[in-house]
Structure formats: C-alpha cells, structure tokens
Design a protein around this ligand. Structure first.
Ligand code: ASP
Length: 462
C-alpha cells in the first residue's frame, strides 16, 4: 500500500519530523516524547489530517496522536504493513442447521477504516463478514447477498423497495430467517419501512448494525451479528426487528419492534431504544428470551405479502418556534403529497403556519402530526391550538414516531391520495406503530422513579 511513499498522508511539520527522526509509516517504533514513551505502529494519515501529529496504533488496538513538536526520538524495531483485506470465506454447510440469508446494505457493520481519507468506508462484503466472525457457522447456514454498500443516510425509498423484494424472494426460497446488515443512523427508518412493505412473514427479519467498526477493539459488530443470526435462525419472533446492544456492554442484545425503535445516542453501542413500550425480547448468540407474549410467532405455513411501493413526495417538518409559513408553502408548491409535522408538546405549531396548512389540506395533501417529545401521544383536543389544527384537516398520529409516520405516509400514499383513506390507513396499525397505551415502565430514561435507579442514586451518585 505504501511502498511508494514511506510517509504517506503526512504533510508539513509532521512529515519533516518523521523524515529527520527516521520514522516510516507501518514501522514498529518506540517514540520518546516530552510527556512519555509510546510503543506502536506508525499509521498512515488521512489526506485531510493536520500536520502536527504522528498517529500510532498502540498494542491495545487504540490509536493515539502524538504532537510532533514534543517528539524527541524515534527508534524503529520492525516493519509491519497492515493487511486490511479480510479473506472472503466459503461458508461451511451443515444440513441440520437453519438457513439464514444475510442481506448487506452497508454501514459501519460492513466497514473498516480507510487510512487514505481517515474515514470509515463500506468495504466488507457479507462473505468477508463471515471470514471475520467464524462463530456464525455454529448458528446457521448463512447465504450472503450484498444489496448495496452505502452508509445509511443514503438509504431511501429505492433501497427500501429493493430490500423488501429481496426479503420476499429469500422467504419464497424457504429460508428460516433473514438478517439485514445496515448502518445504524437510519436503521429505524428502514425497519419501519420494511414492516409496512413485508407483512405476514413466516420467519424473523432481523436488522443489525454496529456503532464501532470491526477494526476497533470495542467493536460491537461481531456480537451484534451473532445475536442477529441467532434471532433469525432460531428465534420465535417473525417480525421486522432491530437487534442491537441492550446495556453498554456485550452481555445481551435487545430485539426491538421495527416501528417502535429509535437510535437515541450518537456514539454509545447501546444506542437503540424501544420508545413508549418495552422491547420484544433479549437475545444472545445462543438464546432469545421474549419479554412479552404479543409478538407474531414464527409459522412456516404463512405466506408473506410484499407490498413494496413508496411515494417519495413526503416530508417531515420539524417545527421550531418562529418557523415561517414559507416552508409549508414551498412544500405545497413543489408538489408534495404528504407532510408529517413534528410539533411541540401534544402536537402544536404557531398560528402563522395555519394558513398554508389549511391550503395544503384543501389541495388534497395529507398532513399528519407527531410529537417532538418522542414519548407520548399527539393529543390535539386539549388546547384550542390543537383543535384548530384538527379543524384545518391535520391528522394526529397518536404515539407514532415521526420517522415511522414518514415512511408509513410514503407507503400509504403509494396506494391512495384520497385524504380520508390516507388518514384511516395511517391510524390503522400494521405492527405496533400506534399503541393504545404506554406501559408505565415504557419511559425508561435515567431520571429516577424506577426502584433500581433510585437505589443507584441513593448509593452511588454524588
Ligand atoms: N454512519 C453510519 C451509518 O449509518 C453509522 C453506522 O453504521 O453505525 O451508515
């Protein structure tokens, strides 16, 4: 990789320091600095990186940046050019094990670090994933299909449709479960979309990702994959599920219902939370323990229905104080057919928005309301302002999450533009996107009120 340039990616002062002190990229070195001595491998740097640091991979696997001005001496002990290509391996076949298809769409779970840009790039094919996590062969016979190789901000209706169709095809072929590798950022949009597009599945459809790429020691990729393959191969829940870390450590994963889940932390591995409800199950690489009984059980005699359509003239408008009406007018003028307003409190927006919202409804655009509070219901009969909006034609979406409402609206609008029918279908739950009530323990946030949290506060938190 680096034969041509022994200081690859290093510029300016950093390059000069390496050249004068004798350190090359991929050299195994001891670097003495003003603050201490570090042992590790000099990594290439990103083209956009600063010119004031040398980056070392420590024996622990973590990377550390050393300020060039503080480096006194570099001693080279060896040279180990890294090989970041994991060999693709043929998956071993065992006739008694269940059959699982892993559909790869990209994201960190399919990624490794690209030292050219310093970025995490989609680079693992699903076959390489098996090369990296051979334990998967103890659970199932895995077939891998790479559908896309994108970070999840690039997933959208076209990819939802293709994924739904691929799931349908695999189910028709008789697999015992499906795993979908996906970026975590928008996994909850896709899990909701697939819940609407793939109904009546006889087998589990389990989405999985990872918050940390597999070249990092703290990666959650391997554990998440094993849990997801287990839930797909042997688990009893035939729904679209998200399988990610439960607690902050890799002790067990949670299986979340695809319409009730949300990514809630930008970097924690335990980032997915079921909102306003409890998760469907806990899951480890060899066990699935349901936490509730109202799930759709695995039943091989069921016929899957794939209804993979989407009208993408739909938008979410996240209301903020003093929002100007031109935002709504521009959606009307640009031919949008559906608007999810994510309103304040019980579902409110300011008065200046009423007029364009009234006009939108008059022109046949479906306008629905969800709540920014994330937990709780759009209750639009409590205040005058809410009642006014309902009179204009805005439909409160109960406790549907804004992201689920967005994909549901796009899916419903692909069937009908008739506003009353759209409203009826929006409010008829497909699988848990609206629940009748929230369980008292659904609001599980670190805030006191739960016995174990109270105990923790009393004992340890000062
Ligand atoms: N940005 C990435 C994605 O959503 C993050 C991840 O995979 O966790 O594709």
């Amino acid at each position: 990789m680096n034969a041509a340039d022994p200081w690859k990616g290093y510029r300016g002062r950093a390059r000069e320091a390496l050249q004068s002190l004798g350190g090359r990229v991929w050299a195994d070195v001891e670097i003495e600095t003003e603050t201490g001595t570090f042992v590790g491998i000099i990594l290439p740097r990103s083209e956009q990186a600063d010119d004031r640091h040398v980056v070392l991979k420590l024996p622990t696997g973590y990377n550390v940046g050393l300020a060039v001005d503080k480096i006194r001496r570099i001693a080279e002990h060896g040279f180990r050019e890294a090989k970041y290509k994991i060999p693709e391996k043929e998956f071993p076949f065992d006739p008694v094990k269940p059959k699982v298809t892993l559909l790869g769409t990209g994201g960190t779970i399919a990624s490794r670090l690209d030292y050219r840009t310093g970025a995490v790039i989609p680079a693992f094919t699903p076959g390489e994933l098996y090369g990296a996590v051979p334990e998967l062969a103890d659970i199932a016979n895995l077939t891998t299909i790479k559908l896309f190789g994108v970070f999840s901000e690039n997933m959208g209706p076209e990819q939802y449709i293709a994924t739904a169709k691929a799931i349908g095809e695999q189910i028709e072929k008789g697999v015992d479960g499906i795993v979908i590798g996906h970026g975590t950022d928008t996994m909850h949009h896709t899990s909701a979309a697939l819940t609407f597009m793939v109904q009546n599945s006889p087998v589990p459809i389990v989405m999985v990702g990872s918050q940390r790429s597999s070249d990092r020691p703290s990666s959650d990729a391997a554990f998440n994959l094993q849990c997801a393959v287990n839930a797909a191969a042997r688990g009893p829940i035939a729904e679209v599920l998200v399988c990610m870390f439960g607690p902050t450590s890799d002790s067990y994963n949670l299986l979340h219902r695809g319409t009730r889940v949300r990514k809630m932390h930008s970097s924690y591995r335990s980032t997915f939370r079921t909102i306003s409800d409890i998760p469907v199950a806990t899951c480890t690489p060899d066990d699935v323990k349901p936490l509730r009984s109202d799930f759709r059980p695995r039943r091989m005699d069921r016929n899957v229905t794939v209804d993979a359509v989407f009208d993408d003239r739909v938008a979410i408008v996240y209301y903020y104080p003093a929002m100007k009406p031109d935002i709504i007018w521009s959606l009307i003028e640009n031919g949008y057919k559906g608007i999810v307003v994510n309103g304040t409190g019980l579902g409110h927006v300011n008065k200046p928005l009423y007029e364009p919202l009234r006009e939108a409804c008059k022109r046949g655009i479906s306008v629905v309301m969800t709540v920014q509070t994330i937990w709780g219901y759009a209750h639009m009969f409590v205040y005058d302002t809410g009642r006014d909006l309902v009179e204009l034609g805005v439909v409160p979406c109960a406790n549907m999450l804004a992201e689920a409402a967005y994909v549901k609206l796009g899916w419903v609008l692909a069937h009908t533009h008739e506003r009353e029918e759209v409203a009826r279908r929006m409010l008829e739950p497909v699988n848990g996107e609206i629940t009748e009530r929230e369980p008292p323990d659904g609001y599980l946030v670190f805030q006191g009120g739960l016995p174990e949290v109270e105990e923790f506060l009393r004992r340890g938190w000062r």
